[in-house]
Design a protein around this ligand. Structure first.
Ligand code: BEZ
Length: 209
């Protein structure tokens, strides 16, 4: 086994990082990437991460020639072009736009959840903005409801970029908002998630383990 040729800036709690890690497992590429864990928040930048990545985005992937790729969408596209198995992002046709749009919905749920976490955990209580938090929660509720009502069969059809994104979004809700009660409102999504959570790629990247 040769030494890893790439380095991934990693924070185990980030659902965006987890997406990349799951894709690496699913495509058999984990050994190609060394993981560099950092403790990051919007108010604690990391000088090493910021090199070649001025906005300090995470995940970021440093290639062996020093090029830095960010963010998770770009990194997943890149890695999906680097293996010989079935693509996890359809290369063309309506399926590409359909699956990427579902993946975008998953990213939006993650964004809203991470922003809520920052607002409620990092920001001093007297500066928190309740209406803003409620708007993020609404976004999450609408997204989950849409997945439950319209996309379960599509999600269950293949564990690709869309399914990976939704699984990581739900995993993050469980990690940071364990009392959110999303399963009661979305029982079909809960059943689907219970199944995909057993995949080795999901088990190996579970931030609560
Ligand atoms: C978290 O601790 O919830 C977190 C850390 C890094 C990125 C996103 C979320």
């Amino acid at each position: 086994m040769s030494a890893p040729s790439m380095m991934l800036f990693h924070s185990p709690a980030s659902p965006f990082v987890r997406k990349v890690m799951v894709l690496l497992h699913e495509t058999g590429q984990s050994e190609r990437v060394a993981v560099h864990s950092i403790n990051l928040s919007p108010v604690t930048p990391d000088a090493d991460l910021n090199q070649g990545n001025p906005a300090g985005k995470i995940p970021a992937l440093r290639l062996d020639d020093g090029t830095v790729l960010h963010d998770s969408r770009v990194i997943c596209e890149y890695l999906d072009l680097q293996h010989v198995g079935n693509p996890l992002i359809p290369r063309e046709g309506p399926a590409r736009w359909r699956r990427l749009t579902l993946a975008s919905l998953a990213d939006a749920i993650m964004d809203a959840a991470v922003l809520t976490r920052y607002e409620t955990f990092l920001r001093p209580t007297d500066k928190q903005w309740d209406s803003w938090i409620e708007a993020q929660q609404d976004k999450i509720r609408r997204g989950l409801s849409n997945l439950e009502q319209e996309h379960i069969a599509e999600l269950a059809s293949v564990f690709d970029i869309a399914a990976i994104g939704v699984a990581c979004a739900l995993g993050y809700l469980d990690l940071r908002f364990p009392d959110s009660g999303w399963r009661e409102q979305q029982p079909k999504l809960a059943d689907w998630y219970a199944q995909v959570s057993q995949r080795p790629s999901m088990q190996a990247t579970d931030p609560s383990r």
